[in-house]
Design a protein around this ligand. Structure first.
Ligand SMILES: Nc1ncnc2c1ncn2[C@@H]1O[C@H](COP(=O)(O)OP(=O)(O)O)[C@@H](O)[C@H]1O
Ligand SMILES: [Mg+2]
Length: 325
């Protein structure tokens, strides 16, 4: 039983979903690679999204699709994917890049020789795309001077490499770009990872669709009981804020519970318990989206799970996935 549960949960957590903003960002990044290969233009892209919207997963998927290949004469690495460390410095970022490029001794040399090595190695490995995740760890000029220098350094590196770059991070990266004019000019093409950008569907409907996709790969069936699908869609949106990570947490919790209690199906009451266990321990009664007396409102007030960086978009908001500004 233990083994069944383990393999069911592993399989469930490894499943990739192509929900609309994820797919749109994936395709746009691939387009940048194709345009570059065709010798057309070097198109940079900024991808923002709250935590748990799939940015890091997107980077991993792109890296998997364009893996490093070891050839007899040299290594070819189409994608250089780096996660910018917290309190990033030029040295820490360049060392991370050198390590990813297979440099045998990333810490060797001065800051400027490391930068030169990054460019040389990237060119030697035919890197065609730079993926910079956690761009929110680059600071603006109002903050630590060593950290804002990283922004300027990246700009210089992009000029040196002449390949498309994708910057990914929390929505506050947009304000970093507002103060860093040089970076802003390079990232005019922008996309957002949140649901709720479809002109045809509400965010609740999109949540429900994501839920449908997920329940198909669950080891135990879901039973809606007397609830309506429309009400469930709203409950799912309020419980997860439309973020894929929370939807998966919720369902993982429900699967675990059903194994524990030896249930033959997952019902709304398991979702209620899973919400409390996996998302918000204080989510009880009117504060639990799956309870009968739920207040049917966003849980974004102070102390609530989606308080930080509340998403501005609401159902019916018309916004294109890729916005040229
Ligand atoms: N496309 C996807 N398909 C399936 N699961 C996903 C997808 N995107 C994100 N997830 C799930 O959400 C979790 C958080 O995603 P992550 O990419 O780390 O978000 P972010 O980087 O935006 O904070 C992942 O561990 C994964 O389980
Ligand atoms: Mg991430």
């Amino acid at each position: 039983m233990m083994q069944d549960e383990f393999s069911a949960l592993t399989q469930f957590s490894q499943e990739y979903l192509s929900f609309p903003p994820f797919l749109a960002a994936f395709e746009e990044i691939e387009r940048s690679i194709q345009l570059y290969r065709a010798g057309a233009i070097t198109q940079h892209l900024l991808v923002t999204g709250e935590s748990g919207t799939g940015k890091t997963t997107l980077c991993r998927l792109i890296s998997q699709k364009y893996p490093r290949v070891v050839l007899p004469e040299r290594d070819v690495q189409p994608v250089l994917y780096i996660s910018i460390p917290p309190a990033a410095t030029i040295v820490s970022v360049s060392e991370a890049m050198l390590a990813k490029l297979g440099d045998p001794n990333p810490t060797l040399g001065t800051s400027s020789t490391k930068t030169a090595r990054v460019v040389r190695l990237a060119q030697a490995c035919s890197v065609e795309l730079l993926l910079l995740d956690e761009a929110n760890h680059i600071q603006d000029r109002g903050q630590s001077p060593t950290q804002y220098l990283v922004g300027d350094w990246i700009k210089g590196l992009m000029d040196g490499l002449q390949i498309p770059a994708v910057l990914l991070g929390l929505p506050r990266v947009e304000s970093l770009l507002r103060v860093n004019e040089q970076l802003r000019r390079r990232f005019t093409r922008r996309m957002r990872m949140e649901l709720g950008q479809s002109p045809e569907k509400s965010i609740e409907q999109e949540c429900l669709e994501l839920f449908y996709t997920l329940i198909h790969s669950m080891p135990i069936p879901f039973s809606i009981g007397s609830e309506s699908w429309d009400a469930l869609a709203h409950r799912l949106y309020f419980a997860t804020d439309g973020r894929v990570a929370y939807l998966k947490k919720l369902l993982t919790g429900a699967i675990r519970l059903s194994f524990e209690l030896d249930l033959s199906e997952i019902r709304c009451q398991e979702l209620a318990q899973a919400f409390e266990a996996e998302i918000w321990p204080q989510g009880i009664g009117p504060l639990n989206p799956f309870s009968h007396d739920f207040a049917f409102r966003r849980l974004d007030r102070q102390g609530e799970p989606f308080e930080q960086g509340a998403i501005a978009s609401r159902p019916g908001t018309r916004r294109a996935y890729a916005k040229q500004i």
